[in-house]
Design a protein around this ligand. Structure first.
Ligand SMILES: *Cc1c(COP(=O)(O)O)cnc(C)c1O
Length: 451
């Protein structure tokens, strides 16, 4: 097949999201209330989420309608292109066919806008006026700012301090769309003040910023909280990505042997992989699903599978997932979006059940593949996405070694145009690889809640 860039017409775009909870052989154990340790009920979540999202969180319906207003906004940048990486194939001298789904074309620069628009919509319909959230590297903050702007909602973003300082342009993006962006830990919340008392120099973490945003949302009647990753409803909204990709591949009579995405909280992986997991679980398709994570934050490959809190303060429900322990403080690697201690419960369960698999990579190897990709395909990828690229390169080289054809699909979760300082460090030879020492891992896991 000759096409390089494969598109869909508006008519062919998905009208429904795919919910994998309908088809999983084992569902994750239910979220537990942080205080009573009993399974949570919808009323526990209603102070911070609209009921429609709470329903989606536990829905067993296979298909859920995408509201028309959300579909309309999706059409600004969706369907995102599926691109055959011919020049990368050539550079690797591989018989493998490599396709990537380009989510970097969204106005937010990443896949996160797919769920931000949906979440802002459901909050708007529920009469909410303001959303509070946290952001790590800033992509989620940007996406939610844009989504709130579409629906006339106010937006407050607690941004992990290290990124607030390192990535000022993401802050500017949020401000363009009218959001209030605050460095976390901040003195605006008691969770933030507590951390600052212990360590005034704290550079923050995602878990910490989540505590601040949740506290903000709980303390105001007009305000809800929004989470850009991890939760089931977020994986649901991201399914547009894999549904489109499957349709696009079908147009060129292709089907992947392996589907790859980077994995932070697991939602761009879920987005591209779950529609193929459906084929695998329900129809027996022989497709491998690979989540690529940093070796400095190896949640799926070295974490513990069980209950843990989603945040540092322990406000959130206990989630059944792979975790490095909520106290885990990853080193300041350049993939800010992949530094979370936990992972999506749905992705975790699928990895645990062997339906998906995970691999971990050091950042220097990842950046080498990122630069190779950029020089071949011309797009500069986000450092997060580059974990998927590196995994795809590994697969393509293995295909060459084995002398076999192989169809590889990966998700390019975002572009790297605001991550150039990271590339600067890489090019100057300043990147270090962190292998998480067994002792630090043990120390972090010793803090896990006893259930
Ligand atoms: C946030 C982000 C990620 C990680 O989040 P997931 O929930 O694992 O998808 C990956 N890539 C980019 C570009 C991101 O912005």
């Amino acid at each position: 097949m000759s096409e390089t860039k494969i598109l869909l017409t508006e008519k062919e775009m998905p009208k429904k999201w795919y919910n994998i909870q309908a088809d999983m052989p084992n569902l994750p154990k239910p979220p537990l209330h942080p205080v009573t340790k009993q399974p949570i009920v919808p009323e526990d979540l209603s102070p911070i989420f609209p009921m429609e999202l709470i329903k989606q969180e536990t829905s067993r319906e296979r298909w859920i309608e995408i509201p028309e207003e959300v579909q309309k906004i999706y059409k600004i940048w969706r369907p995102s292109p599926l691109i055959r990486a011919r020049r990368l194939e050539k550079a690797l001298d591989t018989p493998a066919r490599i396709y990537y789904k380009h989510e970097g074309v969204s106005p937010a620069g990443s896949h996160k806008l797919n769920t931000a628009v949906a979440q802002a919509y459901y909050n708007k319909v529920a009469g909410i006026k303001r959303l509070a959230t946290e952001t790590g590297a800033g992509q989620w903050g940007v996406a939610l700012s844009q989504a709130c702007n579409f629906f006339g909602l106010q937006c407050t973003v607690y941004m992990v301090k290290v990124s607030y300082q390192q990535k000022p342009y993401r802050r500017t993006m949020m401000q363009i769309f009218g959001a209030d962006c605050i460095a976390s830990p901040s003195n605006k919340t008691s969770a933030g003040r507590q951390v600052l008392e212990k360590d005034p120099e704290s550079l923050g973490s995602l878990g910490m910023a989540i505590s601040e945003a949740c506290e903000d949302a709980v303390s105001r009647e007009d305000t809800n909280y929004a989470l850009g990753s991890v939760l089931n409803h977020v994986t649901l909204h991201q399914s547009v990505l894999g549904l489109e990709a499957r349709e696009q591949l079908a147009k060129v009579d292709a089907y992947p042997d392996v589907v790859i995405a980077c994995c932070g909280g697991g939602t761009n992986f879920a987005g591209i992989a779950f529609p193929f997991a459906y084929d695998k679980i329900v129809k027996g398709a022989k497709v491998r699903l690979v989540a690529a994570e940093p070796s400095a934050c190896p949640t799926l490959t070295r974490g513990y599978f069980g209950y843990d809190f989603g945040d540092v303060a322990g406000f959130t429900p206990l989630l059944w997932m792979y975790t490095l322990g909520k106290e885990f403080m990853p080193p300041g690697i350049h993939s800010g979006g992949l530094r979370y201690h936990g992972d999506s419960p749905l992705v975790s369960q699928l990895v645990h059940d062997g339906i998906a698999e995970a691999r971990a990579y050091g950042q220097t190897a990842v950046f080498q593949s990122a630069v190779l990709f950029a020089k071949s395909e011309c797009f500069v990828p986000a450092p997060e996405s580059s974990h998927a690229i590196h995994c795809a390169v590994e697969e393509a080289l293995a295909a060459r070694e084995a002398g076999e054809s192989r169809t590889i699909l990966f998700n390019l979760s975002g572009h790297g145009m605001l991550d150039l300082p990271s590339y600067e460090d890489f090019l100057a030879g300043k990147l270090e690889d962190y292998q998480l020492p067994e002792d630090s891992l043990k120390e972090a896991l010793a803090q896990l809640p006893q259930i």
